[in-house]
Write a protein that binds this ligand. Structure first.
Ligand code: F6P
Length: 357
C-alpha cells in the first residue's frame, strides 16, 4: 500500500490534469494498492490539511481538461519560513500533516517557486517527486515543461489573427506574450506567427533599433509590422539600472505594461499609431495541445515508476529527447533562460527578425 499526496502549486497551465492522471494510472495499472490524498489549492492545502481523498474515477476523463482539478495558488518561497497571520509555522505544519497522514510521498507539480519549496521539504526529510509545469519553460534541468507548447499554440493564434488585420490596415501591432523573466514563449510564438520584431527579457532592446526595423520595412513596401513583446522585455537603459533603481522607477511607471511604453515611443518616433493586444491568461487556459497531453502523460508515468521503486528527491524532466530524473537540489533556485547566443536566436536573426539589440 502506498499513500500518496498530490498537489499543484503556482500559476496553472495546460496538462496539469494529464500529468496527474499519468501518475495515478501508472500506479493503478501496476496493481499497487494506493491511497491518494489530493491537497487543495497548492501548498495551502498541505499547510492547513485541506485535502480530498481521490480515487481512480477522479482521474478519468481529465486528460484533455485544462486547469487543475486540485486548484492552485502561489505560496511565495521567500515567506515560507515566516509564520502565518495566526502564528502557524508553515513548514512545520506541512511536515506535521505529511506524517499525520502517514504519507509515503508527495507528488508536487509546479514551476520555479514551487520547486524551491519542494526541495526544502525534501531537506526536511519528506519523500518528494516533482513534475515540471509552466508555460514559461524556464525550469532548469529539463529541456521542456508541460504547458509550454499549448501556450505557444495560443500565443501564435493571437499573432496569426493580428497578422491578417495588421496587413489589411497597414498597421503596427504589438502582441504582448507572457513571460516576466524568460522569453521562450515569446520567441517561439513570435517565430511561429511570423513576427518581424521579437523583444525578450534576455536581450535588452534599443528603441531606436526597433524603430529602424519598422522604418526599413516601410521603405521596402511592408506597411505593417508585428512585434511580439514579452511581458518582461526591458530596454537597454533599464537593464543598466541596479535592481533598487529599477524598483524605484517602476513606482511611478505610467503604463499598464512595457508594450504600451514601446507603443508610445514608436508613435513618437515614427508618427504611426500602434495597437497593443494582450492575450494574457488565455495563454494558460483551455485544453492542452496533443504534444502536452503526450508529454505530461509520459512524465506522470515516470513519476509513478519512481514512486513504485521508492526513488525520491527527483524532478521528472526531459533531456535530449529522453525522460530523465533530475535531483531536486540541482533544480531548486535556478532559472533556465534564452541565451542571446542560442542557435534559435541566430537563426531568427538570419530570417531578418529584429531583437532590438
Ligand atoms: O509563471 C507563469 C506565468 O503565466 C508567467 O508567464 C506570467 O508572467 C505569470 O505567470 C502571471 O502570473 P499571475 O497569474 O499570478 O498573474
Amino acid at each position: 500500500m502506498k499513500r500518496i499526496g498530490l498537489l499543484t502549486s503556482g500559476g496553472d497551465c495546460q496538462a496539469l490534469n494529464a500529468a496527474m492522471r499519468g501518475v495515478v494510472k501508472s500506479l493503478s495499472v501496476s496493481g499497487e494498492d494506493v491511497e491518494i490524498y489530493g491537497f487543495l489549492n497548492g501548498y495551502k492545502g498541505l499547510i492547513y490539511a485541506n485535502f480530498r481523498m481521490l480515487t481512480g474515477a477522479d482521474f478519468s476523463g481529465i486528460l484533455t481538461k485544462g486547469g487543475t482539478i486540485l486548484g492552485s495558488s502561489r505560496t511565495p518561497f521567500k515567506t515560507i519560513r515566516e509564520p502565518d497571520e495566526n502564528g502557524l509555522d508553515k513548514v512545520e505544519a506541512m511536515k506535521h500533516n505529511y506524517h499525520k497522514l502517514r504519507l509515503d510521498c508527495l507528488v508536487i507539480l509546479g514551476g520555479n517557486g514551487t520547486h524551491k519549496t519542494a526541495n526544502l521539504l525534501r531537506e526536511e526529510g519528506l519523500n518528494i517527486v516533482t513534475l515540471p509545469k509552466t508555460i514559461d519553460n524556464d525550469l532548469w534541468g529539463t529541456d521542456m515543461t508541460f504547458g509550454f507548447q499549448s501556450a505557444v499554440d495560443i500565443a501564435t493564434q493571437a499573432i496569426d489573427c493580428i497578422h491578417t488585420t495588421a496587413a489589411s490596415h497597414g498597421r503596427v501591432f504589438i502582441v504582448e506574450v507572457m513571460g516576466h523573466k524568460v522569453g521562450y514563449l515569446t520567441l517561439n510564438a513570435g517565430m511561429a506567427g511570423g513576427a518581424d520584431i521579437i523583444l525578450i527579457p534576455e536581450i535588452p532592446y534599443d528603441i531606436n533599433k526597433v524603430v529602424l526595423a519598422i522604418n526599413e520595412r516601410h521603405r521596402r513596401g511592408s506597411l505593417f509590422t508585428i512585434l511580439a513583446v514579452a511581458e518582461g522585455a526591458i530596454s537597454k537603459e533599464d537593464a543598466a539600472l541596479s535592481k533598487k533603481e529599477l524598483k524605484e522607477k517602476m513606482k511611478s511607471y505610467p503604463y499598464p505594461s512595457v508594450s504600451y511604453e514601446i507603443a508610445e515611443q514608436i508613435t513618437q518616433k515614427t508618427g504611426q499609431d500602434v495597437w497593443v493586444t494582450v492575450p494574457g491568461h488565455t495563454q494558460r487556459g483551455g485544453s492542452p495541445c496533443p504534444y502536452d497531453r503526450v508529454f505530461a502523460s509520459r512524465l506522470g508515468s515516470e513519476a509513478g515508476r519512481l514512486i513504485l521503486d521508492g526513488e525520491y528527491g527527483f524532478m521528472v524532466g526531459y533531456k535530449n529527447r529522453e525522460v530523465v530524473k533530475v535531483p531536486l537540489e540541482d533544480v531548486a533556485g535556478k532559472l533556465k533562460s534564452v541565451s542571446p547566443d542560442a542557435s534559435i536566436v541566430k537563426e531568427a536573426k538570419m530570417l531578418g527578425i529584429c531583437f532590438g539589440d
